[in-house]
Design a binder for this molecule. Structure first.
Ligand SMILES: [Ca+2]
Ligand SMILES: [Ca+2]
Length: 325
């Protein structure tokens, strides 16, 4: 009975469950699970007496052993004859086979109707990384492309069309366009879109200012990196306001019901904190004026990854928040 398993992964645990079969008697049956690599684990070897039914599971953590599991029915979870941990560390991909061998004392037919394999494996996530984030320098009122030379993420195991950017904070002094359509919170595009020249910025504000947008990049298979800011400089802007860089610290993180937010510097009067999901949807917004620390109630958030964005004057900072209860 071969079971093809797709997708690579390093095995941490294997259980064979919901085995159902008939044989007169089960004490003529030998069951061996064989991994794609050829490792053999004997689960059952002519144990028990002359009973006629298998309706059980095999798991190293089972409550029963083959000494007290007989007859192997009533969905008992049984420690196999040899440990399934022998498969640990192997790759799960390929054909798994349950070998059923009967001996000459079997007095009728043996019929096996099915079983399931529970395989726990660790998927290796290779995260995308930001290779280039040069920003844009331009004059008032110009429209400029944001190409691969200015903004590029790469990933060891994903292509440019698999790397997806999500806009979590939009530009304020002009508009970002994707293929002619205005970009908003939550707009998604790929690195390939950037490489193909589809991303442009049109400035509509004053002569000397900075603008930018905040984004996250995901690879679609669990890999991502936190937010980054693409900075757009209009005219010759003084860099004075960047001398002291704003940063925030969240504790605890992962959090359950609240987080304490502290910042690296005093905040401007209109400073605010926003909590966004990875689609850029704002879930919490609070002002945090004149104070360097603040406790924020996050009990309304369900388990997952969020972005906490602090905006103070012209400065932005974002941190990743994990809710895990
Ligand atoms: Ca197990
Ligand atoms: Ca990846």
């Amino acid at each position: 009975m071969p079971v093809p398993i797709r997708g690579a992964g390093v095995i941490s645990d294997v259980n064979l469950t919901d085995l159902y079969g008939t044989a007169i008697g089960v004490n003529s049956i030998t069951l061996t699970l064989v991994s794609p690599k050829g490792t053999r684990v004997k689960l059952f070897d002519r144990n028990c007496g002359v009973t006629d039914l298998f309706d059980c599971s095999f798991d190293d953590d089972g409550l029963y052993t083959l000494l007290n599991a007989c007859p192997p029915i009533q969905k008992k979870i049984i420690k196999p004859l040899e440990p399934l941990s022998a498969f640990k560390g192997e790759d799960k991909a390929g054909d798994w086979v349950l070998e059923v061998v009967t001996d000459r004392f079997l007095s009728g037919q043996a019929n096996f109707y099915g079983f399931k394999l529970d395989i726990c494996s660790e998927i290796k996530v290779s995260n995308p990384f930001l290779l280039t984030n040069l920003g844009l320098k331009m004059e008032q009122g110009q429209t400029r492309g944001i190409g691969q030379d200015k903004l590029e993420s790469q990933d060891a195991d994903n292509t440019a069309s698999e790397l997806t950017y999500t806009i979590v904070a939009v530009t304020q002094r002009g508009d970002l366009y994707l293929n002619g359509t205005k970009v908003d919170y939550g707009t998604r595009f790929t690195q390939k879109d950037i490489n193909d020249g589809k991303l442009t910025y049109q400035h509509t504000g004053g002569p000397m200012e900075t603008d930018g947008f905040l984004f996250v990049v995901e690879d679609g298979t669990g890999g991502w990196f936190g937010t980054d800011y693409f900075k757009i400089q209009i005219g010759s802007v003084s860099t004075r306001d960047e001398e002291t860089k704003l940063s925030i610290h969240l504790f605890p993180n992962p959090a359950q019901s609240y987080i304490d937010i502290s910042t690296s510097q005093s905040l401007e009067a209109n400073a605010r904190i926003r909590v966004l999901n990875l689609n850029g949807t704002e879930l919490i917004r609070e002002s945090i004026s004149f104070s360097k620390a603040r406790r924020l109630d996050v009990s309304s958030l369900s388990n997952g990854i969020y972005l906490v964005e602090l905006i103070s004057g012209a400065q932005h900072h974002t941190a990743k928040l994990v809710i895990n209860r």
